[in-house]
Design a binder for this molecule. Structure first.
Ligand code: FE2
Ligand code: FE2
Length: 160
């Protein structure tokens, strides 16, 4: 059985994951409108992935006798200037999410809940990959000229 304190903390994270999903969906729409169909498709995949994180946390809470909350999601940003700016915002957001997950592990540790610590460490590791993937895209966009941006767009469009 999961403690009330940890349930509340995980529910906050579930909300943050759903917010992330909407953020990336908003970025996907922005890219689609700008004609960057590869980036739009990549961001839609990312949006799905974030919803997947929320689902997985909800499933875990149920298994441990907790009650996941499907709460209200705050509004997400809608306008950016360039593909580089979008991916820079995405990178900043992932760094922020990594901090939230770290704090969540601290709550699980303070509650002496080993199973939850183990479950949450999976997200700590996943954040390393997410940060690295998006940082790589930011680095490439920084050095790319106009032609280069369309090449990266085509490449990211291949994400399955
Ligand atoms: Fe996530
Ligand atoms: Fe993420």
């Amino acid at each position: 059985m999961i403690s009330k304190k940890l349930q509340d903390a995980i529910n906050e994270q579930i909300n943050a994951e759903m917010w992330s999903s909407n953020l990336y969906l908003s970025m996907s729409v922005f890219f689609a409108k700008e004609g960057f169909n590869g980036f739009a498709s990549w961001m839609k995949h990312q949006s799905h992935e974030e919803m997947g994180h929320a689902y997985s946390m909800m499933d875990y809470m149920i298994k441990r006798g907790g009650t996941p909350v499907v709460g209200m999601i705050n509004v997400v940003p809608t306008g950016w200037g360039s593909p580089l700016e979008v991916f820079e915002s995405a990178y900043k957001h992932e760094v922020h999410i990594s901090e939230l997950i770290d704090k969540l592990v601290d709550v699980a540790a303070a509650e002496r809940d080993k199973a939850s610590q183990d479950f949450l460490w999976g997200f700590v590791r996943e954040q390393v990959e997410e940060e690295a993937t998006i940082k790589d895209i930011v680095d490439k966009l920084r050095i790319a000229g106009t032609t280069g941006i369309f090449y990266i767009d085509a490449q990211l469009g291949q994400r399955k």
